[in-house]
Design a protein around this ligand. Sequence first.
Ligand SMILES: NC(=O)c1ccc[n+]([C@@H]2O[C@H](COP(=O)([O-])OP(=O)(O)OC[C@H]3O[C@@H](n4cnc5c(N)ncnc54)[C@H](OP(=O)(O)O)[C@@H]3O)[C@@H](O)[C@H]2O)c1
Length: 328
Amino acid sequence: MKKFKAILVTDNEGEFELLKKEIPFEDLPDGEVLIRVNYSSINYKDGLALNGNKGKVIRKFPMVPGIDLAGVVEESSSIDFKEGDQVVATGSGLSETVWGGFSEFARLDSNKVIHIPKGIDLKRSMAIGTAGFTSMLCVLALEKNGINKEKNVIVTGAAGGVGSIAVAVLANLGYKVTASTGREENISFLKNLGAIDCISRENLMRDSKPLESATWGGAIDTVGGEIISTIIAQLDRNSSVASCGNAGGINLNSTVLPFILRGVNLLGIDSVNCEYNLRKEAWSRLERDLPLEKLDSLSNLISFEELLDESKKILNGSIRGRTIVKIN
Ligand SMILES: NC(=O)c1ccc[n+]([C@@H]2O[C@H](COP(=O)([O-])OP(=O)(O)OC[C@H]3O[C@@H](n4cnc5c(N)ncnc54)[C@H](OP(=O)(O)O)[C@@H]3O)[C@@H](O)[C@H]2O)c1
């Protein structure tokens, strides 16, 4: 019987069990597109899923975790994909209710699969992964609602996966980017990505007034909590913050004053259930607006064997940029 290697998570009466095992092909769930997975990546949610399913990422057992995958189509019953196509899948329920990318093979419905744009190869598509895709969704949301080019755009959690790609894209688009980080040792890394200055996260992690000096022409926030509350109070007139993360907490303590006196916008970003045309737009904008040398400088490749140890680091905020996992 033909088998493939994967990580499988089971729930035995509340006991979370994680095994690296050989799985028979016939156990792969139904789907139109069979993909030989070359690379996956580590996102914050993967850290949660692999280390006790904290935050309850996995909602159906047994589950192959991994919210991202990139690979080559082996078989397809969909007219949109053919054998040999290079494809990527991010979010879309992977590692939640659909078997994901920490596996040599995956079978998915075609509406979860995207052709990788020609200017991005398989490995780089996973340097991007959910994190980079989310950064681009934030940029698109800010553009649709107006970013003020006169003032700086702030990115929080800037040395992380979403943050570092957001810095590189915004700087390449000509925005003046301020990177907020809690790790001083990453200042030169962030300046090399294009940030014109950096501020310590401590400056924002505090009780804020309802309105503070109008400083930012836009913001991408990956942290939440006190940080996003302070940013809302500091947004310039008609500016927006794209809220995509909660690395620092889920609370949002604000007043209506920034919204009614400065016309600021709070934009919610959901990369998991994002609709197909927006997915295609985001990948095509990543091909155009993310400089490959910057992407390479913020990404790091590990083996399938190193995955579990590395996944612990993302939970304590010690990973810089993006981690690609070589699967096949
Ligand atoms: N909405 C969506 O669809 C979506 C998609 C992807 C990710 N996310 C969320 O976005 C967030 C970032 O994801 P990621 O993959 O970029 O994770 P990551 O690589 O771990 O980056 C998170 C960054 O946040 C900062 N940080 C970590 N712990 C913190 C704390 N306790 N207080 C303040 N700052 C802290 C760190 O940046 P510095 O060292 O620079 O301060 C860290 O590098 C996560 O909450 C993730 O779940 C959401």
